[in-house]
Design a binder for this molecule. Structure first.
Ligand code: GLV
Ligand code: MN
Ligand code: MN
Length: 407
């Protein structure tokens, strides 16, 4: 295999990396994201691929006719969570270009159009909703909903888009585009420790249903040094109790519940807060369990709020139902990677969301996972060994050859 993977990896590595944390801050439409997008376009053009920016800000690099039927598409995303790792997203995009280089080196003859895609704003780190690019395209997020989103500084999504040179009025469902796609395969770093030391690459079976809920705890600002305990309406107490309740309810149900983001007003050391806003991320193996856990957390918040004199409001900001990846496509990937022994290929579910999960309701979709020795993800410590990454590129090349080069 050529060294194209290592070259591209080294080019992207410094983009948007914080010197203090070592993590990435590539947020939708910020300067690091713009630099990553320029890099993608350059990769497309250097390879003589047809470069296309779609109405929703997703980037496409086409080999063959972009208007042709039955296209085979691969790719992932280049944005990150706050202080994210290097692999979540970029591994899929870099591996896609490297797999294409590998196929060209093999002299593969393509019978179907092939595209590499960089979906915009997968992590939802800036505007609170994950997979905005693919959700818009699939029509599960409307233009109006997207236009209503704001970041933590109050910047509206359409203004951020416009500032980065993208027309926010053009966004919306793009079903004709999806109708021309025969299969989408996303390669991604594994975000758990399912794959053992003998397994570099696995195939995804399903994605747990998951969502984000915003809890607003409204209390009363007051002096930390003079307000009697019995006179306080302190939303921090209700928030803290809700965090503990979330952990307990999720544990008892075999689900997951995380408060990873909080905003406090006025955020002064010597003032009781007037408002605490906490964002809950919750996931479970099935929707009934997820619904029950979130409802139990809501009840716990309301009950505690009653005692604290705090009003609690709950808003669901996003939701992704359970995803079962296309069975025949999954089996075909396992057959190809296992070289005719599909049982030798691990097939694993994940609790992480992906653009592939959003597209799965519209087109046949599959995922490949590359081993992550520690399982750590959404952290600067996220890692995959180079040998496993190269095994991922080889597996993806085999899969694309099977899907896009057969008569
Ligand atoms: C995306 O990485 C998610 O699952 O939050
Ligand atoms: Mn992620
Ligand atoms: Mn990802």
């Amino acid at each position: 295999m050529s060294d194209s993977f290592q070259r591209m990896w080294a080019e992207l590595l410094p983009v948007g990396r914080s010197a203090s944390s070592g993590g990435y801050r590539r947020f939708a439409w910020n300067s690091a994201d713009t630099e990553c997008r320029a890099w993608f376009e350059e990769q497309a053009r250097n390879r003589g691929l047809h470069y296309e920016l779609d109405r929703n800000g997703n980037q496409w690099a086409w080999l063959g006719d972009p208007r042709g039927e039955g296209a085979v598409v691969t790719g992932s995303h280049l944005d990150s969570v706050p202080d994210g790792g290097a692999f979540d997203g970029p591994l899929g995009v870099v591996s896609s270009f490297a797999a294409l280089d590998e196929l060209r080196a093999r002299g593969a003859e393509f019978t179907k159009p092939l595209a590499i895609v960089n979906f915009g704003d997968e992590e939802g780190a800036r505007f609170g909703v994950a997979c905005i690019g693919s959700r818009l395209t699939a029509g599960v997020l409307s233009r109006e909903q997207a236009h209503g989103l704001r970041d933590a500084d109050g910047v509206r999504l359409p203004d951020a888009m416009e500032k980065a040179g993208h027309d926010p009025d053009a966004i919306g469902a793009d079903r004709e585009r999806l109708a021309r796609i025969g299969a989408f395969v996303e390669l991604h770093v594994e975000q758990g420790r399912y794959l053992d030391e003998h397994q570099s690459v696995g195939v995804a079976s399903a994605i747990w249903p998951h969502g984000r809920w915003r809890f607003d705890f409204h209390g009363e600002a007051n002096h930390a040094g003079t307000t009697r305990i019995e006179d306080r309406r302190d939303p921090m107490l209700t928030y803290a109790n809700t965090v503990l309740a979330a952990r307990k309810k999720a544990r008892l149900a075999g689900a997951l519940a995380t408060f990873g983001k909080v905003a406090v007003e006025p955020n002064g050391t010597n003032a009781i807060a007037s408002l605490v806003r906490g964002w809950l991320d919750s996931r479970a193996a099935d929707e009934a369990t997820l619904d029950r856990v979130v409802e139990e957390i809501r009840q716990a918040a309301l009950e505690r709020g009653e005692r604290d004199g705090v009003r609690v409001e709950l808003t669901r900001e996003s939701f992704t139902p359970v995803v079962d990846f296309d069975g025949p496509l999954r089996d075909r990937l396992a057959w190809v990677i296992g070289r005719g022994r599909p049982d030798a290929v691990p097939v694993l579910p994940t609790g992480a969301g992906h653009d592939a999960g959003i597209l799965a309701s519209a087109i046949p979709t599959a995922m490949l996972f590359v081993r992550n020795p520690t399982g750590v993800s959404h952290s600067p410590a996220e890692h995959a060994e180079e040998a496993d990454c190269l095994a991922g590129v080889a597996a993806l090349a085999d899969v694309l050859e099977d899907l896009a080069c057969q008569g």
